[in-house]
Write a protein that binds this ligand. Structure first.
Ligand code: AMP
Length: 144
């Protein structure tokens, strides 16, 4: 299974905020879309960073409520690990587990074309197992 197979089902929508947006604005994007991370992008196509709910919690704990009016660029992770549509889902699953992040933007020709979460990766693994199971049951039932 490839990353593009996941995107085919879930689509290419990616929630983004500009680096100068406030943490308060970031929170409303997270809440409105019911998501855990937002790609930080000046133009919706290039990636300046990623900011997840974990970054907000950690920074709030360290810096208090004044953080809410600070720019997202203060708390984002600037070194983002991306993947491409042709990458194997299995490799991404390994990288997400090893590096302990739950969101990976998908980039093609330097442009943001989707995002994959750990939930998407788990769902694709379950779908694959389910399809294997159906094939096996079918094979067994057809046996003379
Ligand atoms: P998450 O598990 O996605 O909520 O993120 C946990 C931490 O990893 C946060 O500090 C994020 O900013 C960071 N992070 C999330 N996704 C990525 C990514 N694709 N590349 C690098 N860092 C990330």
């Amino acid at each position: 299974m490839r990353i593009r197979d996941i995107l085919r089902t879930k689509g290419d929508a990616v929630a983004t905020v500009r680096p100068e947006a406030t943490v308060r604005q970031l929170l409303s994007v997270l809440a409105e879309h019911n998501i855990g991370a937002v790609v930080v992008s000046p133009d919706g196509a290039s990636i300046a960073g990623i900011a997840s709910e974990r970054d907000v919690v950690r920074a709030l704990h360290e810096r208090g409520a004044a953080l809410l009016d600070r720019p997202v660029s203060d708390i984002m992770t600037a070194e983002v690990r991306n993947c491409g549509p042709a990458d194997k889902v299995e490799d991404l699953r390994r990288a997400m587990t090893e590096h302990r992040f739950r969101h990976v933007p998908v980039v093609e020709d330097g442009r943001l074309v989707g995002i994959v979460s750990i939930g998407d990766v788990v769902k694709s693994a379950i779908d694959e197992l389910e399809s294997d199971r159906e094939h096996l049951v079918d094979y067994i039932q057809r046996a003379p």
